[in-house]
Design a protein around this ligand. Structure first.
Ligand code: FES
Length: 340
């Protein structure tokens, strides 16, 4: 038996490795040519300390209190030289990936199809040169043919497959938008670097509120796909907002997730006041439709900066913060900005 260990480095790079039953994370990483910080490898020095907030594991029993105190262990800190995963786990490593001889993976993707889902959204489907493990919600940097330019896009597909998909905002005169809408052909090869980012679905231990704006739906779709593989008994609710009703995309996929997941429901919101859509305004105008208490929920938001700011202000004005709040802002042509 083996488990997947997602090593999250402090520069946002994630590397997923296989760890055998009874193998320490440090040994598994070394086997994969990832050199995690370490000194003694005997549970004495504390150099290999990281944290694990997702998954189950045995801390090991060979370490001394100076290396890891009981309070630290209770807070989710671990020693990678001692930790024995007992399920798939996510381990945060307080070091840059480059210091661990492990940068982001660089592979290639081949375009299988490009679909204009609306005037504002393009769906890109690719075949990866090898399956890429990532945490649902993470993104990659995607290059263009014959160019050094890259753009960051979140997966809308499930981790671990050779088939991957993305939702691309159709930006007038945007580099990637122009290429995809005018020049791209099936068979074109695009470089991929990643996975990256700290915006990903944590272990579902309480209700989950998902908020998506425009193509910010992409990482939410990936999270929902992973929930189909790992169902939860917790309620999951999505508010998906767009400017005009024609901007709503992937509604069939959302309904399929609602059919497949017992506890998932969603609502769509349209800003344009001239629309006949049932829910008008911003997602913050429809928080009363959330079927659980905000304070009990983990919230995930992906959308443009004004939406992120508006939701944060909503929480402030309401005097209620979610149990945890993870968000990702996106701007065309700019790096993603994340917080948790
Ligand atoms: Fe020294 Fe783990 S390397 S405690």
């Amino acid at each position: 038996m083996s488990f997947k260990v997602a090593l999250n480095f402090e520069d946002g790079v994630t590397r997923v490795i296989e760890c055998n039953d009874g193998e320490t994370v440090l040994d598994a990483a070394y086997r994969h040519q990832v050199k995690l910080p370490m000194d003694c490898s005997d549970g004495v020095c504390g150099t290999c300390k990281g944290s694990c907030k997702q998954g189950t594991y045995d801390l090991g029993d060979e370490y001394i209190d100076e290396a890891l105190t009981d309070d630290e262990a209770a807070d989710g800190l671990i020693l990678t030289c001692q930790m024995l995963p007992q399920s798939d786990v996510v381990v945060s490593i307080p070091a840059a990936s480059s210091l661990c001889a492990s940068g982001p993976q660089s592979i290639t993707s081949t375009i299988t199809s490009v679909n204009a889902l609306s005037d504002t959204t393009i769906e890109l489907n690719v075949a990866l040169s090898e399956p890429l493990d990532f945490l649902p919600g993470q993104y990659i940097n995607l290059g263009l043919p014959n160019s050094d330019e890259t753009r960051a896009y979140s997966f809308s597909s499930c981790p671990g497959s050779k088939e991957a998909s993305f939702l691309i905002r159709n930006v007038p005169n945007g580099l990637m938008s122009t290429y995809l809408s005018k020049n791209a052909n099936a068979g074109d090869v695009l470089p991929v670097t990643g996975p990256l980012g700290s915006f990903y679905l944590r272990a579902v231990e309480r209700p989950v509120l998902m908020l998506a704006g425009g193509t910010g739906l992409a990482p939410i779709l990936s999270m929902l796909a992973s929930l189909v593989q790992n169902p939860t008994s917790q309620p999951v609710y999505l508010l998906y907002g767009v400017t005009n009703v024609d901007d709503l995309v992937k509604l069939e996929a959302l309904q399929e997730y609602a059919d497949a997941l017992d506890n998932f429901s969603y609502a769509t919101v349209v800003v344009n006041p001239d629309s006949a859509h049932e829910k008008l305004g911003f997602v913050t105008d429809h928080m009363e439709s959330v079927p659980f208490a905000l304070a009990d929920a983990d919230a995930y938001l992906c959308g443009p900066p004004p939406m992120v700011d508006a939701v944060r202000q909503y929480f402030k004005d309401a005097g209620t913060n979610p149990y945890s709040f993870h968000y990702e802002k996106f701007n065309p042509s700019q790096p993603k900005e994340e917080a948790a």
